[in-house]
Design a protein around this ligand. Structure first.
Ligand SMILES: *Cc1c(COP(=O)(O)O)cnc(C)c1O
Length: 400
């Protein structure tokens, strides 16, 4: 059997160093637990970065993938794809949207949204100059050139200029700043309903409602990037439901297909009509294998009551983290909605993550000082209690 050490050595020889990978080799998962190449067990509070919302290897997703793989894996979007149609029906019937486009990742979904917004606005207002998109500081929209340009973080853009023209970045949760950035060239506003990579920042409902009103008044499209917060993560199927607003375009990816790579861009009929034949596409996008996985994922989430469960467990985890935080002066704040929770620290979180690994806990730090808790939505109270116990031990050690 190949050990962790041997895998790390082989990886160092052949895998590009785009990630600061930890020396952990997960080889098997079930629910909220994973096992590594040396047989060590971990409690997983990262869930593949908010991807494994049903836990690892949920039997219904596994079965759907196995059956579809043995029937038809891929056929091309030149033809009709029943699983893709079923998935679009499910997404549209549970959201504001009328039409769906499928691709393979969050970045691609956002690329599609940017292209659609530009084409729609130019056509609708017969103005070729109308292509500007306003996004937020500390946002994250992906790693392709257009989505790097949309992302409001210098560390992600560095080295890759010239960036795509037409993006303006404004402070998040600041309506006056957004209004001041609108020009005759603006065609859309693009926001995460809750910022993920930027440190789990939830805006006020008044802000999100204000953004919707501004978009209506200036006839701008509202694009919501729900790649991380969508698919039940916050206790609603889509996070914008918390704010009582509807976007014109929404993007999804991470948790949509239970771990199979997929992206989706949803829009109203009026907007979607601009994507006429030949204007956009993807070879793999929405192929039978991944869309069968996504259909099984959504059905399971809805039929097994996971939205309510997420709300309930989110409140429990939030409370337990707050109680833990009161014991340690370096814990500043616990924030978030549902099972999308950040713990803001006054110290860097990297050491805590490493100590977690040594103690059998997978967790993550984002924005340097924010511990991010995004466990599978099937997480149990016992698992939360165990995680808190481990974290308490680590915090004690850090304080000493
Ligand atoms: C992860 C993420 C993306 C990028 O998704 P990829 O699948 O990695 O391309 C875009 N937006 C948000 C909000 C994300 O969290």
């Amino acid at each position: 059997m190949t050990t962790t050490e041997q895998w790390v050595e082989r990886s160092d020889r052949v895998i590009m160093k785009t990630y600061g990978r930890y020396p952990i080799v997960p080889v098997r998962g079930e629910g909220c637990r994973v096992w590594d190449a040396d047989g060590r067990e971990y409690l997983d509070f990262l869930a593949g970065v908010a991807v494994n919302n049903l836990g690892h290897c949920h039997p219904r997703v596994v079965r759907a993938i196995q059956e579809q793989a043995a029937t038809l894996i891929h056929c091309s979007n030149y033809y009709q794809i029943p699983q893709q149609i079923e998935l679009a029906e499910l997404l549209c019937s549970h959201s504001f949207a009328d039409k769906a486009f499928f691709c393979n990742s969050g970045a691609e979904a956002n690329e599609a949204a940017i292209k659609l917004a530009r084409k729609y606005s130019r056509e609708t207002f017969d103005n070729p100059e109308r292509y500007g998109i306003i996004t937020a500081a500390d946002s994250f929209h992906g790693r392709t050139m257009a989505t790097v340009s949309a992302t409001g973080q210098e560390k992600i853009q560095r080295f890759f200029d010239p960036l795509l023209h037409g993006f303006a970045h404004v402070p998040f949760n600041d309506l006056a700043a957004l209004e001041a950035a609108i020009t005759p060239q603006t065609c859309a506003v693009m926001l995460e309903p809750i910022q993920g990579e930027g440190g789990i920042n939830a805006p006020s409902a008044a802000y999100m409602q204000g953004v919707r009103e501004l978009c209506d008044r200036h006839r701008l499209l509202l694009i919501l990037d729900e790649v991380q917060v969508g698919m039940g993560r916050t206790g609603k199927l889509f996070a914008h439901e918390h704010f009582g607003i509807r976007p014109d375009i929404m993007t999804l990816a991470k948790a949509l297909a239970g771990g199979a790579p997929i992206g989706a861009m949803l829009a109203t009929d009026a907007v979607a009509a601009s994507f006429s034949p030949g204007t956009h596409g993807s070879t793999f996008g929405g192929n039978p294998l991944v869309t069968a996985a996504a259909v099984a994922t959504i059905r399971t989430m809805l039929e097994e009551g996971l939205l309510n469960r997420c709300e309930e467990m989110g409140e429990y985890l939030h409370g337990e983290l707050e109680t833990l935080g009161t014991k340690y002066p370096f814990v500043k704040e616990v924030r978030g909605i549902g099972l999308m929770i950040g713990m803001g620290l006054s110290i860097p979180g990297a050491e805590i993550v490493k100590k977690g690994h040594q103690r059998g806990l997978l967790l993550n730090v984002t924005h340097d000082t924010v511990l991010r808790f995004v466990p599978p939505l099937v997480v149990t109270k016992q698992e939360v209690n165990r995680m808190i116990e481990i974290l308490d031990g680590i915090f004690k050690e850090i304080e000493a």
